[in-house]
Design a protein around this ligand. Structure first.
Ligand SMILES: NCCCC[C@H](N)C(=O)NCC(=O)O
Length: 524
């Protein structure tokens, strides 16, 4: 009789990498939508519409009309309205150039309408990603659902939530709510935030589900590389969002279009996850068959609530969790404000301003898998986390400096942040299975994400308020003239300093408990 050893589907290289690509695509769409509004901060916080010229400068239309009236005096006034400003129109107006009043002539490239949000409202909206996760403990429940109901059910649920949340967010931005308020807040901000919160629940639960999918298919194989590649694909989503969102909004004259595009891609991501479910079913069947052939009848014991005790009592787990909180508080919320920082601190023209923050995720696309492979082969996970945290802190101190306000300096600093943002995730996420067994992994990732979401929810709120109340500069007429970013960036640097301290403690704990964080992942 031909002897045949039953293999699992995940033993096939082609099958496991295909599974990885499919679930990573769904996550990439989620990351795109997460940051699609970040480059639009300036537009969202502008009242009325903005005229963009072909030379890449921009002026709010109200102020442009006033300046045109100054020049044209009596004859022009009746015909000058916002509606009369259109693409291709040559305009002449009086403006102050190098301290002198001069006649300026420009061509209108596009008119885009701002939403008139305050910086505080923008901060509230940006943080809303985490509100339901944090206040309704949704991430915590998401982990339990994942461990109880499995990867297929949870993934379909979470990718469906991402899509639904994106549609609500798009509806809010595409609709005119006039001056309507809810509990004293701009109704548009409230509805957009509700959509973003629902999306955030889906995105985070998808994140833990995908982490578990990768451990399921890659444990004992190229685990850190696979996790690194998944994160790299997710970063493509972030980079594209940061790079294209503002040009698209300007071209279409509306902030809602990039969000609509994100919602469409999420629908495709949802369908992709359904395809993955077919593979997941086959993998389970092959595991079952392999077990039967090996005469193993006992099923792995299911998850019990008491298992949570093991997670809660692990000091190593808490250190990773706190590191995650502090490190990510210094990165994702920073991205929400980075484009406007480029415009006002580094004087980058608005159409390029999103490209500098986009360098950060672009750098990580290459480097995260590289550092993941490094960790797989030579280890040193805890050390990589320390180095990444030091770099994060240095970067924010450099951004906080009131000097060196050159665009090239911002590029260099952003590249360093990209390296830090590759080092820590590529070492941190594959370290969790070294501390927590597979059976509790869904819950462990969920708790880490839960604590991390406190930062993702609260830090944008804090920074938005700080920018509104402490960083915005006004002229005598009460018109905003610029921003001083020293205080907000110092706050980000403090998160980095905490991350350094925690990562040092983690390495010490690893030396004591022998988790193997400094050891290679691949079995030779
Ligand atoms: N969707 C953007 C926020 C993702 C947060 C998520 N909990 C996470 O940490 N993912 C891993 C990563 O490094 O992006």
């Amino acid at each position: 009789m031909k002897e045949q050893i039953q293999k699992k589907l995940s033993d096939s290289k082609a099958a496991r990498w295909t599974a990885l690509i499919i679930v990573s695509f769904t996550m990439m769409c989620g990351y795109f939508l997460t940051d699609v509004m970040s480059p639009l901060e300036n537009l969202l916080t502008t009242r009325g519409s903005v005229a963009y010229f072909t030379d890449d400068t921009s002026v709010p239309t109200d102020s442009l009309l006033a300046k045109m009236e100054l020049l044209a005096a009596d004859e022009a006034s009746p015909s000058l309205t916002v509606e009369s400003l259109e693409k291709g129109l040559q305009v002449q107006y009086l403006d102050c150039v190098d301290g002198n009043q001069q006649v300026v002539e420009k061509t209108v490239a596009t008119i885009a309408s701002g939403e008139g949000w305050s910086s505080t409202e923008y901060g509230f909206f940006s943080g809303s990603y985490g509100y339901i996760n944090v206040f309704l403990l949704m991430l915590f429940f998401g982990g339990l659902i994942l461990d109880k109901m499995g990867i297929r059910f949870t993934g379909i649920l979470s990718s469906g939530l991402m899509f639904a949340g994106a549609l609500i967010k798009w509806y809010a931005l595409a609709s005119d709510f006039g001056d309507a308020t809810f509990l004293g807040m701009n109704l548009q901000v409230v509805v957009a935030s509700l959509g973003f919160s629902i999306f955030g629940v889906g995105c985070e639960i998808s994140g833990i589900t995908v982490s578990k999918v990768i451990v399921k298919w890659f444990a004992g194989k190229e685990l850190a590389l696979a996790m690194g590649l998944q994160v790299a694909m997710a970063r493509i989503g972030t980079a594209v969002a940061l790079g294209v969102s503002l040009p698209v909004a300007r071209m279409m004259g509306e902030v809602s279009y990039p969000v609509l595009f994100g919602a469409i891609t999420l629908c495709i991501g949802f369908l992709c996850y359904l395809v993955y479910c077919v593979m997941d079913k086959k993998e389970d069947a092959s595991v079952q068959a392999a077990r039967q052939e090996a005469g193993e009848t006992a099923e792995e014991e299911g998850f019990k609530m008491s298992d949570l005790k093991l997670i809660f009592c692990s000091k190593g787990f808490w250190l990773i969790t706190l590191l995650c909180l502090m490190f990510y508080a210094g990165v994702f919320p920073f991205l929400k404000f980075a484009t406007k920082l480029m415009i006002f601190k580094y004087n980058v023209p608005e159409s390029f301003a999103g490209l500098i923050p986009a360098l950060l995720p672009f750098g990580t696309i290459l480097l995260t898998p590289v550092f993941g492979t490094l960790y797989d082969r030579i280890g040193r996970g805890a050390t990589l986390m320390i180095i990444g945290s030091v770099m994060l802190t240095v970067v924010h101190v450099l951004f906080a400096l009131p000097v060196m306000n050159y665009w090239w300096f911002a590029v260099v600093v952003m590249v360093i942040l990209g390296i830090a943002f590759s080092l820590v995730p590529s070492a941190m996420w594959p370290s969790v299975p070294k501390i927590i067994p597979m059976k509790q992994l869904g819950s462990a990732y969920a708790i880490i994400f839960y604590i991390q979401n406190i930062g993702l929810a609260m830090v944008p709120l804090l920074i938005g308020w700080v920018i509104n109340d402490f960083a915005t500069q006004y002229n005598e007429a009460g018109v905003v003239t610029g921003y001083n970013y020293t205080v907000p960036m110092t706050i980000f640097a403090l998160f980095g300093a905490c991350a350094i301290l925690i990562s040092l403690m983690l390495r010490q704990e690893d030396a004591k408990k022998h988790y193997g964080l400094e050891e290679a992942n691949m079995k030779k």
